[in-house]
Design a protein around this ligand. Structure first.
Ligand code: GUN
Length: 295
């Protein structure tokens, strides 16, 4: 069993981008600038956004964080997005999800200028991704693809079972893995809450991608010997022994699944850091005017 070390791989990617940013600087060119919008005080969202902003500083990007109270009106939020759209210094915009119930998430995403949509959630970018055209790939699936690429994992002809069909992870992941590319060329089964024989399907999987947000959902009896296991879950479990009052666990029961797997991502330190590295790559491409990456 080999650990897929997201911390290590993301650091390598960030170091590489830092060099590219230094080159831009030396040539007097524009420094990438990411704007993040955070609405409300959800603890997990706060952590993710703080981590994104911190990573920008580490590699030499400029960043702007716009914070709003959870009571913000939809109109005020949309006005702010439009302001960022029109600001030529801003290259990438991300609105941390989920948003409060009174705000129409779809409308918010549709308002982001597709050329600044570094999350790759705008329907125009989703359409390009599905068509195999260069665009911004949603950061979590893109990060997973970068991880598979880094470890030179041969995915060709493998059966990948993706658990969860969210627009953020499961659906784009299923598309990327099935593409005629490397990594890619998998036979993909996309499973969800109405899938009847999930365990049997998982047992057939050479690659399992768990993205359902249920703590330790994937157990050893669901995983074939030698499978590659990608754990996208970041779940907070109450733990009185921790200062924060919680600990993080994935969607995979790591202790029992890891001995059966050939490769596995830990939580934390697996997919999470890769998501940030992928976001930074998308932002770089936005800044140099290359509309998305070639992946
Ligand atoms: N919430 C959970 N994952 C993501 C993500 O990748 N981007 C944004 N904007 N919000 C998220």
């Amino acid at each position: 069993m080999q650990i897929l070390d997201g911390k290590l791989v993301s650091k390598a990617i960030k170091d590489q981008i830092a060099v590219q940013v230094a080159e831009l600087k030396a040539q007097g060119k524009k420094i990438p600038h990411l704007a993040a919008i955070l609405v409300g005080n959800d603890g997990a969202s706060e952590t993710y956004v703080a981590s994104k902003v911190k990573s920008c500083a580490e590699i030499g990007y400029n960043s702007t964080l716009l914070r709003f109270d959870s009571q913000i009106s939809e109109k005020h939020l949309l006005d702010n997005i439009n302001m960022l759209n029109e600001n030529p210094d801003i290259d990438g915009i991300l609105v941390q999800l989920p948003l409060p119930k009174h705000i129409n998430e779809e409308l918010v995403i549709n308002t982001i200028d597709p050329s600044k949509d570094v999350d790759g959630f705008h329907p125009m970018n989703v359409g390009k991704m599905v068509s195999g055209l260069p665009t911004f790939i949603p950061a979590t699936p893109y990060g997973i693809m970068l991880m598979l690429e880094h470890y030179n994992i041969d995915t060709k002809g493998k059966h990948a079972v993706v658990i969860g069909r969210s627009h953020i992870v499961g659906t784009p992941m299923s598309i990327l893995l099935s593409r005629n590319s490397n990594p890619g060329n998998c036979t993909v089964t996309l499973t969800h809450s109405h899938t009847k024989n999930l365990k049997e399907l998982c047992l057939q999987a050479d690659i399992v991608v768990a993205a359902i947000g249920k703590p330790e959902f994937v157990t050893a009896d669901m995983v074939k010997e030698g499978a590659i296991v990608i754990d996208v879950g970041i779940n907070r479990i109450p733990d009185a022994s921790k200062k924060s009052g919680f600990r993080l666990v994935g969607d995979v029961k790591f202790d029992e699944v890891s001995p059966r797997s050939s490769y596995i991502t830990p939580v934390p330190g697996g997919v999470g850091p890769m998501t940030i590295a992928a976001l930074l790559k998308n932002t770089y491409h936005a800044a140099i005017g290359q509309k998305g990456n070639q992946n």
